[in-house]
Structures are given as structure tokens and as C-alpha cells.
Design a protein around this ligand. Structure first.
Ligand SMILES: [Zn+2]
Length: 148
């Protein structure tokens, strides 16, 4: 999974740079079936249309495997100028989506990567579970006000 992520980041970034683009945040999902789904942050010229890399990877998982698929593990890989004390975690909405398309033990791997003169390096990897990052999930009870 991590090896897939590193190779894919190099492949996608090499393609983007060749076409005048820059590095971005990527996400990779290992589903419960063993398939890997890639995603990248979508940053169009309308800010509110931005799609997080995590959500792109989740949408790809659902496209390929339906809503029955579950996230076993997700990598969030963010470009940094130098090693950061804290890696970029998923935003609040993505934490909820990872939780709802996974299980409490779904692992969230935060990977920092740096563009150097001769390619990309991956100096730091942090491991959490979604429960660590989202301990109090939003779970409204649809039947709360129904008579018992
Ligand atoms: Zn997000």
C-alpha cells in the first residue's frame, strides 16, 4: 500500500510537472476486498468546488466497488517543503466519510513527501486509526422523536 502510494505519487507528479502543474495532496485507499483506489485533491478556479483527495479516492472506491465497499486503510500524502512536526490530517468532513465508509479500526496513514532536485522523498509516516482522529462520530438518531 505505502509502496503503491510512493510509486503513484512519483508517476502522477512527473506527469503533472511535464504539463506545467505542481505537486498536490494525494490519497490512496486499500479496501476490504484488497483493491487500491487513488485520489488527488481537485483544485478548480472556484474555491467552493474543491474536492479533497480523500473524497476523490472514496468516490473512486464506490465507483469500482459500490457502496458495499469498506475502507481498510487510507493514506493521505501531502507535499511539504521540509519535514513537519505534524502531518496533514484529513479535514473534518473527510474524517466523517472515512469513518462512515470504514470501521473504527480503519487505519489513517499520514505521509509527508518532499520534492528534491532528483525526485521525491518520503521522510515521515504517521499511523492513526479513524477512531483516534474522530472519537465522537456524528450519528444522529433518526428515530429519536418517535413514540416508543
Ligand atoms: Zn477533506
Amino acid at each position: 500500500m505505502i509502496e503503491h502510494a510512493k510509486q503513484a505519487i512519483i508517476t502522477y507528479n512527473t506527469m503533472r510537472h511535464a504539463r506545467g502543474g505542481i505537486d498536490t495532496l494525494y490519497s490512496f485507499i486499500l479496501s476490504d476486498s484488497g483493491q487500491i483506489h487513488d485520489g488527488a485533491c481537485y483544485e478548480p478556479n472556484i474555491a467552493q468546488a474543491t474536492v479533497c483527495g480523500e473524497r476523490h479516492a472514496i468516490a473512486n472506491m464506490i465507483l469500482q466497488e459500490s457502496y458495499a465497499a469498506k475502507i481498510k486503510s487510507i493514506v493521505v500524502a501531502d507535499p511539504v517543503p521540509e519535514v513537519q512536526k505534524r502531518s496533514t490530517p484529513p479535514c473534518g468532513t473527510c474524517r466523517h466519510l472515512i469513518w462512515s465508509h470504514g470501521s473504527p479500526t480503519t487505519t489513517v496513514l499520514l505521509l509527508q513527501y518532499i520534492q528534491g532536485k532528483s525526485g521525491w522523498t518520503f521522510p515521515k509516516l504517521e499511523k492513526y486509526t479513524i477512531q483516534d482522529l474522530y472519537p465522537l462520530p456524528y450519528e444522529p438518531d433518526e428515530h429519536l422523536w418517535e413514540p416508543k
